[in-house]
Design a protein around this ligand. Structure first.
Ligand code: GDP
Length: 290
């Protein structure tokens, strides 16, 4: 699915991040646990090459716990990489985050060599929520420091631990088709940049493949009735069940699509993850061939 990004903003953000990375010890990337690979930023991975990385699978309360485990194992198997599952319900996230970063950069500690950490993530992944929950103590705006972008925040989480918020916004360049759909389904893409019916149909296709029980429970279907059902048939039925009907009895597919997307985003459909490591490898392979 075509999504329109803004290359000008991206170049500026890339320059700012490259500059900031020079004196960063650990890079944290906040991912959406429902779509870890699609919400990651391959450009950031290239820029931060050689630096220890902490992948946080955020919003894990909305994701399928078994698949989150698979992703955590996948990231932990990478060099110099740790991974944690988190969500906004955690009371003291700073403790786990600091401990993981310290383990990744054991040579940095004490006031002489404070650990400097950069936190990145695509919009809507929950970065502000996490930063706010950790930084009730001290937030230092770093606007007047040389080499630091205006609006960039430096958060002192401990005397020898500095967390920098990413300057600017980094959007992934979407190379894998499924990523566009998954980002759109998650709510990371503005309504005007996507066709909701198309996105809802892709989501239903995935739910029919992997989450039939959840789909049946949410919309009061018999699980058996979902056997062999097509995505558009499911959308029609959901529209009918929920009263998304136009005059003349036709189903209002746009309204039905909105229902499906809103239910998914709010976690009403259940704890669902839209991609698994093995699937992701296949999608990537296919994207390279095309
Ligand atoms: P940012 O754009 O990355 O700074 O994202 P925000 O912190 O503004 O969060 C975007 C939306 O996700 C908000 O509606 C938050 O309430 C919600 N959110 C953030 N973290 C979590 C989480 O762990 N679980 C759930 N369910 N929602 C979250």
């Amino acid at each position: 699915m075509a999504i329109q990004w803004f290359p000008g903003h991206m170049n500026k953000a890339r320059k700012d991040v490259t500059e900031r990375l020079k004196d960063i010890d650990v890079v944290i990337e906040l991912l959406d646990a429902r779509l870890p690979a699609s919400s990651a930023n391959p450009m950031l991975a290239r820029m931060a090459k050689g630096k220890p990385r902490l992948m946080i699978l955020n919003k894990q309360d909305l994701a399928d716990p078994a698949i989150t485990e698979q992703w955590l194992a996948w990231y932990r198997a990478k060099k110099q990489t740790e991974a944690l599952g988190m969500d906004a319900g955690e009371r003291a996230p700073a403790q786990r985050l600091i401990a993981a970063c310290r383990a990744l950069a054991p040579n940095r500690s004490g006031l002489e060599k404070p650990l400097r950490v950069l936190i990145c993530g695509i919009p809507n992944v929950g970065k502000s929520t996490l930063i706010n929950s950790m930084s009730s103590r001290k937030i230092a705006k770093t606007g007047n420091m040389p080499g630091v972008t205006k609006n960039e925040q430096r958060i002192i989480l401990a005397d020898d631990f500095e967390l920098y918020d990413t300057p600017g916004m980094l959007w992934p360049k979407i190379e894998v088709e499924e990523s566009g759909y998954n980002l759109a389904a998650s709510g990371a893409v503005g309504r005007n940049a996507m066709d909701e019916e198309e996105v809802a149909l892709e989501l239903l296709k995935y739910l029919l493949r992997h989450y039939r029980a959840e789909l049946a429970a949410r919309y009061k279907f018999d699980v058996e009735a979902l056997d062999g059902m097509q995505d558009w048939q499911a959308l029609e039925l959901i529209g009918k069940r929920r009263g998304a009907v136009l005059s003349g009895g036709r189903i209002n597919m746009q309204k039905a699509a909105e229902i499906v997307l809103t239910d998914f985003r709010d976690g009403q459909t259940g704890r669902i993850t839209l991609e698994r490591p093995a699937e992701w490898l296949e999608w990537e392979k296919r994207a390279k061939v095309l």
